[in-house]
Design a protein around this ligand. Sequence first.
Ligand SMILES: NC(=O)c1ccc[n+]([C@@H]2O[C@H](COP(=O)([O-])OP(=O)(O)OC[C@H]3O[C@@H](n4cnc5c(N)ncnc54)[C@H](OP(=O)(O)O)[C@@H]3O)[C@@H](O)[C@H]2O)c1
Length: 371
Amino acid sequence: MPTLLSSPHFTLFFLPPHPVLITLFAERFSDIVLTNLPAAAIRLRAQMMKAAICTGYGSADVVRIVDVPKPVAGDDEILIRVRATTVTSGDWRIRSLEMPPGFGPMARLIFGITKPRQPILGSEVAGEVEAVGKDVSKFRVGDRVVAFDGSGLRCHAEFKCIRESGNVVRIPDQMDFTTAAALPFGGTTAMDFLRRVGLTASEKILVIGASGSVGSAAVQLARHRGAHVTGVCSSANVEMVSSLGAERVIDYGKEDVTSLDPDFDVVMETVGALNLTQSLRLLRSGGRAAMIAGSLSDMLTASWKSKSRGLKAVVGPAAEKHEDLQEIVALAAEGIFRPVIEHTYAFEQIAEAHRRVQQRRKRGNLVITLP
Ligand SMILES: NC(=O)c1ccc[n+]([C@@H]2O[C@H](COP(=O)([O-])OP(=O)(O)OC[C@H]3O[C@@H](n4cnc5c(N)ncnc54)[C@H](OP(=O)(O)O)[C@@H]3O)[C@@H](O)[C@H]2O)c1
């Protein structure tokens, strides 16, 4: 006869909860909540909203628009009625779990082991303040705002809550929601990496992926700093990259970037087409590499590979800084920075936008508009 203590049920019951088990339980629980939403919607119709959720990891087919509870602003939060949002390469990476080489297992721990723990993706929104918490003093109902929330997500919905101390700023009167929503992701990522590599006036920068969201922002911001910009893109985008301020544009279909002379002060790699060694090889003495889509191996070897040659490499996530969002909005208001928008989709077409991002060929940004 097994004693109570040796019973497997007893042991299981009293085992300290393991983080992975907790995660699996949380993911299962979110299934139960989401599949019961239709019933909840009938009871709480007034407090429901439409949101695009990811039902699992995979292709754009996992994206569904469903009714979910409308968020309520906490004491220090504002509730934004979303008028425009975007589908970014970040959303594609979380939805598909296609990460730069080496980051896959880590990504499951961060985003969810079997499916996205936060099923509503989207990191940037523009809209109107619909409600404010009792301690909010900086914003009022009716304010037009743009917000960037890469860690909180939940922007692919009719409403989004964010703390007033979070990454949210007012939109200038003359700026529309579509433009505002396309500013933060590419603009602040490019701004952060340009600062970290310390690009100065009259230096030479090579931007690989100059037609993407980050790349098209980097070309404009580098030009604004007075740098000499060379952009790399496909032939279809040469004219556009040139119009953004690149002095020279290399069509990667015609010219092998890896065989360029080591003539650049900064190489900004936004595609994952060149690894760290290849990027460092293009730098002149004292040069810096910004590996925006760098692999885990690039990250782990960045310090010794660059320092041993008297160079510098920056790999890893961009910081989300309130002052960067403020600056990019101000630059856009002055007409110095203009987000490239390839296409605007209605909210119902959001899966189409996911499909386009996944091709990794989009020009700038894809905006989703809501009524
Ligand atoms: N570290 C961070 O914090 C951070 C933040 C944001 C984004 N990212 C990463 O940065 C990368 C870029 O993001 P994104 O949103 O800018 O991507 P995106 O908008 O999808 O842009 C990709 C661009 O790359 C171009 N391209 C494709 N193959 C190329 C090649 N071999 N050489 C040159 N250009 C090429 C494509 O244009 P063509 O049609 O002309 O080829 C396209 O315009 C992603 O991997 C993303 O995950 C990292």
